[in-house]
Design a protein around this ligand. Sequence first.
Ligand SMILES: Nc1ncnc2c1ncn2[C@@H]1O[C@H](COP(=O)(O)OP(=O)(O)OP(=O)(O)O)[C@@H](O)[C@H]1O
Length: 196
Amino acid sequence: MLVAEDLSLERGGRQLFTGLSFAVRPQQVILVEGANGAGKTSLIRILAGLSRYGFEGRVARHGPMLYLGHHSAVKALLTPRENLAWHVSGESQYTDDEIEAALSRVGLHGYEDVLSHTLSAGQHRRVNLARLYLSRSPLWLLDEPFTAIDVSGVAELQSLFAAHVKQGGAVVLTSHQALNIDHQVSRLDLSAGVLP
Ligand SMILES: Nc1ncnc2c1ncn2[C@@H]1O[C@H](COP(=O)(O)OP(=O)(O)OP(=O)(O)O)[C@@H](O)[C@H]1O
């Protein structure tokens, strides 16, 4: 699904990692770990093809991917229904029932048509995460998907990740939280600075 070869990243005069090579294969969950500032967000953005700043190396992706960034891309003056419909419109055609069902899966039943600026931080984040329930992309690149999500929401997400990889998908994510996924998790630790 993805092959990363000899990745190096320098930021603000600091070498964050060098010589990083790995592959992402179907049915893999890869947790990118490391201290604050280790380069996790930067790595996910590089894998998604969204950043080249300070970066050397090669990333080859095969097939569609879904990237969810650290910062919620939910527009305050649109409703959750409108935000989700807009976000997924580039990926495929979805019916209003499918949009509603996805919002319901993330606990937003009853909030579909309020303005998003009236939502809590966690609800805001959940609007973004609803995209995962509609995604047909096999590769998910997720930067801190659990931020602002409550305990039951985290458990739901972890079940979703397990189901996704069991169906042949792959998930690469950053998180400062320990994972409790019913599937083997590979770890990519950036704290060491220089990886094999
Ligand atoms: N646009 C930028 N310009 C200069 N330096 C940057 C930029 N973006 C990030 N950095 C630096 O790159 C380093 C890695 O940042 P990054 O956000 O990838 O870390 P992280 O491991 O995700 O951190 P955290 O756990 O705090 O989210 C940090 O030292 C940060 O200051």
